[in-house]
Design a protein around this ligand. Structure first.
Ligand code: DC
Length: 235
């Protein structure tokens, strides 16, 4: 393809889309759909903190002990694989995609995520994964710490009861049994810990665009985000 001046048309450049927000407000649904539409990689940073937490729980490691945490981090390898079109999280070579979503992990993941040594290790890996751009990442510190130079920053929000119901359905679909009230309490607790921790708390980046998806369908939120992304890609 050429432009009017006969020069080859520049290829659209690849961008980074950073999506932050509270627990269960649809970040991963949006990030996955956006990555699929743009043919980008999807980076689920919450899954990485969940995998670290699972390791601590399974090995009976006291995560309040800094030396034990440092030692544990030496023995943790996390990567992602696509299996039948789905993102799967691997911890030391084992597919833990299902286990990391269980309530026992949700109960401990926020305190584990407050530990600076854990954050340093995860953020370094995430930055490396984003080197070639063409990535949609979701989490709590993506636009502020991991990819502060992301071309598109989205801060997603939704009503707490709506988030609880969505999470309840999502867990039920995976065959994971949990009470609605227990899920709601866990969401509120994680929101509190995630946004008040000393190291890289969840907060809206100054240049982030807020999308409240309480009343939006998945298709509607995707459409909004896609047009924002395309505006950046076409620049
Ligand atoms: O997105 P999620 O609910 O799977 O994330 C699980 C926890 O991991 C969340 O409560 C806080 C932590 N987390 C974080 O501290 N930083 C991120 N970038 C992503 C998740």
């Amino acid at each position: 393809m050429t432009q009017e001046n006969g020069q080859p048309k520049p290829k659209p450049h690849k961008i980074i889309v950073a999506i932050d927000g509270y627990s269960s407000c649809g970040k991963s649904t949006l990030a996955k759909a956006l990555a699929k539409t743009l043919h980008y990689a999807y980076l689920d940073t919450g899954a990485m903190y969940r995998a670290v937490t699972l390791f601590m729980l399974e090995k009976g490691i006291d995560y309040n002990d800094p030396a034990a945490v440092a030692e544990a981090l030496e023995h943790i390898e996390i990567h992602f694989e696509r299996i039948q079109g789905q993102n799967h999280t691997f911890l030391n070579g084992v597919d833990v995609e299902r286990e990391i979503r269980e309530m026992r992990v949700s109960e401990h993941v926020s305190p584990v995520s407050t530990i600076s040594a854990v954050r340093r290790a995860m953020v370094a890996q995430q930055k490396a994964m984003g080197k070639r751009r063409g990535i949609v990442a979701d989490g709590r510190d993506i636009a502020t710490v991991v990819f502060p130079d992301a071309e598109l920053k989205i801060f997603l929000t939704a009503d707490t009861d709506v988030r609880t119901s969505r999470r309840h359905l999502e867990l039920a679909a995976k065959g994971i049994d949990a009470e609605w009230d227990e899920i709601r309490r866990n969401l509120r607790e994680r929101d509190h810990i995630d946004s008040t921790r000393a190291d890289s708390p969840l907060r809206q980046a100054e240049d982030a665009i807020v999308i409240d998806n309480t009343l939006l369908s998945e298709a509607e939120q995707l459409e909004k985000a896609l047009s924002l992304a395309q505006a950046q890609i076409g620049r």
